[in-house]
Design a protein around this ligand. Structure first.
Ligand SMILES: *Cc1c(COP(=O)(O)O)cnc(C)c1O
Length: 474
């Protein structure tokens, strides 16, 4: 007989926690890091997978986790520069494990009593950091894509007066206006919400990747002339190039041409810039917008998932859905703590707890110090790129994402950049990313780790240039 009581026992759990703690402190939290990414060779990876599984089946939990770590990318490494993945604040990651053990359900307040208060407290903090007013109504979601989808759903219901929600969308005049640099979750939402990807009107960007205002004016003029109902999506730090759209100007143009438009701001990545005292004028323009996405699992250094979605006020948030069930959405002391009504999810984890623990334990200084380091390193990178004729870089970076290209005289530039990417991956001393701009491959760095040192930057470019030199023209 399987002993269920033994499985949940104090002694058993203590043993597991001890083993996991040992592995984590000797790997993820070790002072010495010597590898960034496991082999992506399938044979080797399958071996790691089998070893981990065999260890579990033999009851060797510590061994199993060692294999899993060995088969994972090291997002804590100071030379990890490839994706928007944080080295999570340690107490945040540990709090996340406690959240899993407690397993509170956030659909209703009674199933997550103190965690509901924690969620409200974190939302209130994030709202203030974005310089938003008391009227603003916030919800927690499981990621930027879901925040964007939820916002666009509310926008659609607002613009068509619930017609699509009730009758389907055959005669909808709702369109989405977004920049070419916008995140793909916007076009995905256009498909999911029945607005249609053909009704996503794309605005050109300037050489720095920001919305080009003449192009924006022209699109908005057509929208008004055709009496379409627009959802305007602006981005604070685009995923590809970290560019910040000119929010204040776009909000003004939108309100002049289509006063009832819904303006959504995707600050999934760039919300932190408000805390770093950048783009003050643009953040002030948020007060004229209808909804805003901000991901804490990016620049607030939390493990995935945790995202915030803010609506201008509760009335706007109410456009998210009309499902009301008798056991949801009750007032508690005048507060709306049952958030299921404003969520696409029903069962929902207490994701805000990890940020709340991080904030209250390490203090807000942790963030401001980390932002300074990160933005300083990005500036170092830009300075280096500008000092060398072999690089083409867009303008000065708006945030901590920077795209550039190695240029050569020969017509084989594209292949040289492909080779650099491949060599960097094989060599394994840095992990870098890429993006495409006008169908051309650009190398892309996301500086998200405050422990990346000034000395890492020359070493990075030495590695890139060494990789480029191995190119042999055909
Ligand atoms: C990362 C990102 C998203 C998507 O967020 P997820 O949390 O990955 O779903 C959306 N928009 C922007 C600008 C992003 O950088």
């Amino acid at each position: 007989m399987f002993e269920i009581n033994r499985m949940y026992s104090h002694d058993h759990v203590k043993e597991l926690l001890h083993e996991v703690g040992e592995v984590l402190t000797h790997t993820v939290y070790s002072e010495e890091r010597n590898f960034l990414s496991p082999p992506l060779d399938m044979t080797e990876l399958r071996q790691i997978f089998h070893d981990a599984r065999s260890s579990l089946r033999l009851g060797k939990v510590g061994e199993a986790f060692k294999h899993i770590v060995a088969g994972s990318v090291d997002t804590h490494h100071p030379r990890f520069l490839s994706q928007q993945l944080a080295a999570p604040a340690p107490l945040g990651a540990i709090a996340d494990m406690v959240v899993s053990a407690l397993n509170q359900g956030h659909a209703v307040f009674d199933m997550s009593p103190v965690n509901s208060l924690i969620e409200e407290d974190v939302l209130d903090w994030a709202r203030r950091k974005l310089l938003l007013s008391d009227e603003v109504f916030g919800v927690v979601t499981s990621g930027g894509s879901l925040s964007n989808l939820s916002a666009l759903l509310a926008a659609r219901n607002y613009l068509d007066g619930w017609s699509g929600w009730r009758n389907g969308l055959s005669k909808s005049r709702v369109v989405i206006v977004a920049s070419r640099g916008g995140h793909y979750s916007i076009s995905k939402a256009a498909g999911i919400l029945g607005i249609g990807t053909h009704n996503l009107l794309q605005v050109d960007v300037d050489e720095c990747g920001r919305i080009e205002l003449d192009s924006f004016r022209e699109v908005m003029r057509c929208v008004a002339a055709e009496e379409m109902l627009p959802i305007v999506c602006l981005t604070v730090a685009t995923t590809g190039t970290g560019s910040v759209d000119p929010l204040a100007a776009c909000v003004q143009i939108t309100r002049e041409s289509a006063p009832r438009a819904w303006i959504h701001v995707d600050a999934a990545h760039g919300g932190f810039l408000a805390m770093a005292d950048r783009f003050h004028g643009e953040f002030e323009a948020l007060s004229g917008c209808d909804s805003i996405t901000w991901d804490a699992h990016k620049m607030l250094f939390q493990s995935i998932p945790l995202s915030f979605l803010f609506f201008q006020d509760r009335e706007k948030a109410d456009f998210m859905s009309q499902h009301d069930s008798p056991y949801l959405t009750q007032r508690h002391d005048g507060e709306f703590l049952d958030k299921a009504r404003w969520s696409l999810e029903c069962s929902r984890r207490s994701n805000a707890v990890k940020l709340w623990c991080t904030l209250n334990y390490y203090g807000e200084n942790y963030f401001t110090t980390a932002f300074k380091e990160i933005l300083d390193r990005t500036a170092d990178i830009y300075k280096y790129l500008k000092s060398r004729p072999c690089y083409l870089v867009l303008g000065e970076p708006d945030s901590n994402i920077i795209a550039f290209r190695y240029v050569t005289k020969c017509s084989e530039e594209e292949r040289v950049n492909q080779l650099i990417l491949k060599k960097m991956r094989d060599d394994g001393s840095f992990l870098i990313g890429f993006t495409k701009i006008n169908d051309k491959l650009y190398l892309r760095l996301t500086v998200m780790n405050p422990r990346t040192r000034p000395g890492d930057i020359p070493a990075l470019f030495a590695a890139i240039e060494a990789a480029a030199l191995t190119y042999k023209p055909k």
